[in-house]
Design a protein around this ligand. Structure first.
Ligand SMILES: Cc1cc2nc3c(=O)[nH]c(=O)nc-3n(C[C@H](O)[C@H](O)[C@H](O)COP(=O)(O)OP(=O)(O)OC[C@H]3O[C@@H](n4cnc5c(N)ncnc54)[C@H](O)[C@@H]3O)c2cc1C
Length: 558
């Protein structure tokens, strides 16, 4: 670093990663020349808040413009150039060519250190009718304004893609009184999650009138005078006044590629643990990069706001206080979404991801209330935990419910980051008073169940096996079992209080699966039966977590 001449730090992209790097850089070095280049008219705006302005939950548009070039100049002495696009990086001469979006005028800017924080663009695949102006994507405040204006005159809305942004948009359009169809090519909403963990949210969307078209992709659009029609792969036609495409993002890496920087397999900018690209004077951060996964230690790209902000901060640390900069610990992919009264999210790896990677794992699903059941307002929550059977290390968790989902995901994200095991989860001392939690929090319960599984006290199954040799025992009270029968043929109802007396009704030579609503009573029943010599498994998570009303299991009639 040159001590006489101030260091010039040029940042391309002025939102999450770029603005975070600029602010941290200034706090570390008052003398540095920090230039923030942003193609759009806004810097450091809250893209995560865009859906909530469209739906009216956020009332003031200005609330989303977290900073302006003027406030950044006043507060941080940053040279912010909006409406300016970086078009060429000349690495040998350490300079960037920038062009005014309005006038087309270009100039070269020298740099000592450069940060690429260009983010990712929403996918808009080539397909018939895609250019219809009624088809929108959402990334900038201007996209938001267009959708907001179009929604004012729309009755029917189609949202394509039921990921995080798609769900937020569907919820907000319902808030506005629109008729909403949510189209998703996968057979479930929130494709990153294991399907059973999405069912509560799916029910909630339906309950609020969202029409779900699952397992059906978009094939094209047909332009009509009044409406645009979404043509689905199944042949189904969904007419709409307004379409929002939320089917994923593509990293903006043209500049990096043209500059000869190393890219990952999926086209993201490859960086090391300090966010350095293949050129040590050029850093990259945010949605455009590929870092490593914390759980699998393999390359990964996670387009989320939290990582983008922290990566930007790390870049500034590594430039201005390299001795103290801590290497990036890797991505957990912690994410959460809300639709109406239900939230769902994940941290670390899901079961399907672990399975696809062919790694060993065990999993358990537990149900409880988000705080003491006897205290008014207790809401159900479901937590699924995956761990490594050899080491006991936590691999990931998913949660869904009506309250407290964020707290449980964040506790387990912290546990994952700290390399905790299932035994540690069982022992965690979490804050408790009846309005906040339970003496045994659901995180502890997940730990107990995992430890019980490892120790052979519990043998969980995720679905009721379709096998006529298996005796399925519903251990719920008779009235409940009658009112809401287990969707499976040949189920016996023996309520838990009667089980010790009536265990002789079961054939000890045949395996048993115990079933209840939440997975707790069935575990108690399994303990009763296994101590009487039965080979018994228990339905983990109970019927609430595993039962999909669309696909009841059918046994062949004996
Ligand atoms: C609607 C929406 C909701 C979201 N909700 C959440 C959420 O709830 N939680 C969450 O964690 N994440 C959320 N995200 C994702 C999060 O916003 C992104 O992960 C984050 O903004 C990425 O930061 P970034 O700095 O990499 O890119 P961006 O924030 O996209 O910023 C990149 C900027 O670079 C500019 N740029 C690109 N190329 C150039 C160039 N050549 N010259 C000059 N400027 C350039 C772009 O104009 C852009 O403004 C959401 C995203 C959207 C769109």
């Amino acid at each position: 670093m040159n001590t006489t001449k101030p260091l010039r730090f040029v940042i391309i992209g002025g939102v999450a990663a770029g603005a975070s790097a600029a602010a941290r850089a200034r706090r570390l070095d008052e003398s540095a020349e920090i230039i923030l280049i942003e193609r759009g008219p806004d810097v450091s705006f809250a893209n995560c808040g865009l859906p909530y302005f469209i739906g009216g939950e956020i009332k003031q548009r200005e609330a989303l413009a977290v900073q302006t070039p003027q406030t950044l100049k006043a507060m941080l002495n940053l040279d912010v150039r909006t409406g300016t696009e970086a078009v060429v990086i000349d690495r040998p001469s350490k300079r960037v060519q920038v062009r005014s979006v309005a006038s087309g005028a270009t100039e070269w800017l020298g740099y000592d250190k450069l940060l690429l924080a260009p983010g990712a663009t929403p996918l808009r695949p080539h397909m018939p009718g895609i250019d219809d102006p009624r088809i929108h994507t959402l990334r900038s405040l201007q996209d938001m304004d267009r959708i907001h204006a179009a929604a004012a005159n729309a009755t029917q809305v189609a949202v394509i893609g039921a990921g995080f942004i798609g769900l937020e948009m569907a919820e907000q359009f319902i808030r506005l009184g629109k008729k909403v169809t949510l189209v998703e090519v996968q057979n479930q909403i929130l494709p990153p999650l294991d399907r059973p963990m999405t069912l509560l949210l799916e029910d909630e969307l339906r309950r609020h009138g969202v029409e779900l078209a699952l397992g059906d992709g978009i094939a094209g659009f047909e332009r009509g005078a009044q409406q645009v029609t979404c043509l689905l792969k199944s042949g189904r036609r969904v007419p709409a006044d307004l379409v929002v495409l939320s089917i994923g993002v593509r990293p903006e890496t043209g500049l990096a590629r043209d500059a000869g920087l190393a890219l990952g397999e999926r086209g993201h900018i490859h960086v090391d643990q300090f966010m350095r690209t293949s050129d040590p004077d050029v850093y990259a951060a945010g949605d455009a990069i590929e870092t490593h996964d914390h759980v699998g230690r393999m390359p990964t790209a996670v387009p989320l706001g939290g990582p983008a902000n922290r990566e930007g901060r790390l870049v500034a640390d590594h430039i201005f206080r390299p001795a103290q900069a801590k290497p990036f610990p890797g991505m957990l992919g912690t994410a959460i979404v809300r639709a109406f009264d239900v939230s769902a999210g994940l941290t670390g790896w899901t079961e399907k991801r672990i399975k696809a990677a062919g790694l060993p794992y065990r999993t358990i699903t537990v149900n409880d209330n988000h705080h003491a059941g006897y205290y008014p307002g207790a809401k159900p929550i479901i937590l699924k935990l995956c761990w490594d059977p050899q080491t006991g290390f936590i691999l990931g968790a998913q949660a869904t419910g009506m309250a407290g989902v964020d707290k449980r995901l964040d506790v387990i994200a912290t546990a994952l980051a700290g390399g905790l095991t299932i035994d540690d989860l069982a022992e965690l001392e979490l804050s408790y008073a009846p309005p906040f939690g339970s003496a045994k929090d659901i995180v502890n319960i997940a730990g107990f169940a995992a430890v019980n599984t490892r120790d052979g006290l519990l043998d969980p199954v995720e679905t009721i096996p379709v096998d006529p040799n298996i005796q399925v025992v519903d251990v719920r009270p008779a009235a409940l079992a009658k009112a809401h029968p287990v969707p499976h043929a040949g189920v016996m109802n023996i309520p838990l209080p009667e089980l010790r007396k009536r265990s002789a009704e079961l054939d000890p030579s045949r395996p048993v699966v115990t079933v209840c609503a939440l997975g707790k009573t069935s575990y108690f029943a399994a303990r009763v039966l296994s101590q009487r010599g039965f080979k018994v498994k228990s339905l983990t998570g109970g019927l609430r977590a595993t039962h999909d009303p669309r696909t009841p299991a059918k046994l062949p009639t004996p």
